[in-house]
Design a protein around this ligand. Structure first.
Ligand code: ADP
Length: 595
């Protein structure tokens, strides 16, 4: 850049030199021409005598005093006299251009190299038409040596000036270009910084020129990029936070059937390592053929795909899967295939990926099953007493009414079943209320010792009848608990009834109550039949009974524990069982202390 500038400067100086010397030379030639013209005028005014050689010579010498060389040539080109040379030794001059011109037109002029004197001369010739003879040509010449030397002098001076100009210009351009290069370097570093994500602006450029404008424009671009990247990353963070917190599994698959993205729920559902699977083909990652098939259909462009699939080996889980094609999928990991780049139209028509959403509906399905079972159970529970009532009523009507031996017994059976139906209905209503969240709990301080005492009174009657001993062991000074006395009594009564029901005569029931730092635990332990470990969790379900026939025989509905558990949980406590078959069971519930 600096060199170009210097070359330009040098070019300009050379051109100036060339044209100035030309003008100088032309001016000099013009003034020499003028001088020669006046000399030739003088010569013509005082023409020589041509017939006398001596006189001709002295005439030429007289004229040569003006400083010019004087030559007289006849019309054949022969030199008759010359102020500088012996005419005898001189060659024929008929070919000289000024001579030819003068003979033809009367006068002629030329600037050329003199063969005789071996230097540059300016010639001017005039034709002198003498009376009574052929015309002769009088030629005057002035050397150009002077001009050459003054030109050389001029050049020398100019050269000095040129050198100074070049030196100063060179220095200035060097400084200027150094500064310019430094500014460009700054801009270059700034661009590199921006590319690396550092968007701090450049300080204002000093001379307000195009480069400063460029710096301003770059600053604006960087600020804009900063803003855009900030808002994009904010957007991205928001989306990834949403995707992360979703309970549905979401995955994005590209056209090459590679997993581009999946959220945590997705990898948990399918037992995948999120980081390791991203970028891998789905065929290696997903083992479920139904899911793979659905994704492939979406990748072919099918819209609105929905299907239910089941997964798992030991514990089956149901998922509702939706898959949809995606048009403009920006994939970070999958490279853009050259085919799609070459044919953007085709790419626009074919989906570039698919999104699949897995929704865990296991709980929903379980609840559906529970509901169906419930309806079946309720119908079954109602059917037995209703069939009995119907049967015995028909028997009575068919004649047994008149039989005093059995009519009373039949009526008693009918009443027992009706009572059972009423209890069942009661329990169902209670359960329905509890499950609908309509259980009204009146929280008041309840003294456990009193509550246990009241329940024991009722139980004692039944237990003595069945020859079962009842022991109450309440820690002295037991603090009050926070709860609804009526509901808590119901829970304890239910546990006590069950203990009597599932304990053989001669058995023993022990009620204990202890208080911890925050809660009290009430336990009912019996020496009854016990509950197998596998069933211990399930006895709290509605209608679940270990031995349905025995329970029914004893007038149980299979709802008691379920109701009790609901009540305890509504108090913020827990109800659990420890039991061993053949040795007995211990049911306990915890309840928060009052205050
Ligand atoms: P049920 O009306 O049949 O007693 P529950 O809901 O109160 O219904 O009890 C559910 C089942 O749990 C009972 O059918 C019985 O099989 C079992 N169970 C409850 N309490 C005891 C206990 N103390 N000892 C043995 N089994 C029990």
């Amino acid at each position: 850049m600096g060199l170009t500038y210097l070359a330009l400067l040098l070019g300009v100086l050379l051109a100036v030199d060339f044209y100035s010397s030309r003008i100088f030379r032309r001016d000099y030639i013009r003034s020499a021409g003028d001088k020669l013209a006046s000399l030739t005028n003088v010569a013509q005014a005082r023409p020589p005598r041509l017939d006398d050689a001596a006189e001709l010579r002295s005439w030429t010498e007289w004229l040569a005093k003006s400083g010019a060389r004087v030559t007289v040539i006849d019309n054949a080109g022969k030199v008759l006299a010359d102020s500088d040379h012996d005419p005898e030794t001189m060659e024929n001059h008929s070919t000289r251009p000024e001579i030819q011109q003068a003979l033809a037109t009367g006068e002629g002029q030329s600037v050329r190299h003199s063969a005789t004197l071996d230097r540059d001369l300016i010639y001017r010739a005039v034709r002198y038409d003498r009376a009574g003879g052929p015309p002769v040509v009088i030629r005057m010449a002035l050397p150009l040596a002077q001009i050459d030397s003054s030109l050389a002098e001029l050049r020398r001076r100019l050269l000095a000036v040129y050198l100074v100009i070049l030196l100063v210009g060179g220095m200035f351009s060097l400084i200027y270009f150094r500064l310019f290069a430094a500014r460009i370097e700054r801009l270059k570093n700034f661009s590199r910084r921006v590319a690396e994500g550092d968007f701090r602006p450049l300080p204002a450029e000093r001379p307000r020129d195009e480069l400063a404008d460029l710096a301003d424009a770059l600053n604006e671009t960087a600020a804009w990029m900063d803003r855009t990247i900030h808002s994009l990353s904010g957007e991205r963070n928001r989306s990834s936070a949403i995707l992360r917190s979703m309970v549905e599994g979401v995955a994005v698959i590209d056209a090459q059937e590679k997993l581009v993205f999946c959220n945590r729920a997705f990898s948990e559902i399918l037992n995948l390592d999120t980081v390791a699977v991203e970028g891998r083909p789905i065929i290696e990652v997903l083992r479920n053929s139904d899911l793979l098939g659905l994704i492939r259909r979406a990748l072919r462009g099918e819209e609105g795909l929905q299907s239910d699939i089941t997964m798992g080996i030991v514990q089956l889980r149901s998922f509702s899967v939706t898959a949809a094609p995606v048009q403009a999928l920006e994939s970070g990991s999958a490279p853009v295939s050259p085919a799609s780049a070459a044919a953007p139209r085709a790419a626009a028509e074919k989906p570039s990926g698919a999104v699949v959403v897995l929704h865990d509906v296991s709980e929903l399905r379980r609840l559906e099953r529970v509901r169906q079972d419930f309806v079946a159970n309720v119908s079954h529970e109602f059917k037995t007493p209703l069939t009995a009532i119907q049967g015995f009523a028909e028997t009575l009507l068919a004649g047994a009414l008149e039989d005093p031996g059995s009519n009373r017994r039949f009526l008693e059976i009918i009443r027992d079943h009706a009572v059972r139906l009423a209890r069942l209905t009661d329990d169902l209503l209670k359960l329905a209320r509890i499950e609908a969240g309509k259980l009204e709990v009146e929280f008041v301080p309840v003294r456990l010792a009193e509550l246990i005492e009241r329940c024991a009174e009722t139980t004692l009657l039944k237990s003595t009848r069945k020859q079962i001993t009842l022991e109450i062991d309440v820690a002295p000074g037991l603090p009050a608990v926070r709860g609804d006395a009526g509901l808590l009594r119901e829970v304890l009564q239910n546990l006590l009834d069950n203990a009597i029901q599932y304990t053989s005569p001669g058995g023993h029931i022990r009620v204990t109550a202890v208080a911890g730092a925050r809660e009290a635990v009430v336990s009912v332990a019996d020496t009854g039949i016990g509950i197998p470990l596998a069933e211990q969790e399930r006895i709290f379900e509605r209608f679940y009974r270990v031995d349905a026939a025995r329970s029914r025989e004893e007038g149980g509905t299979g709802l008691g524990l379920s109701i009790a558990k609901h009540i305890v949980e509504a108090h913020g406590g827990r109800l659990w069982v420890e039991s061993e078959v053949g040795r007995g069971s211990k049911f306990s519930f915890s309840i928060a202390l009052a205050g």
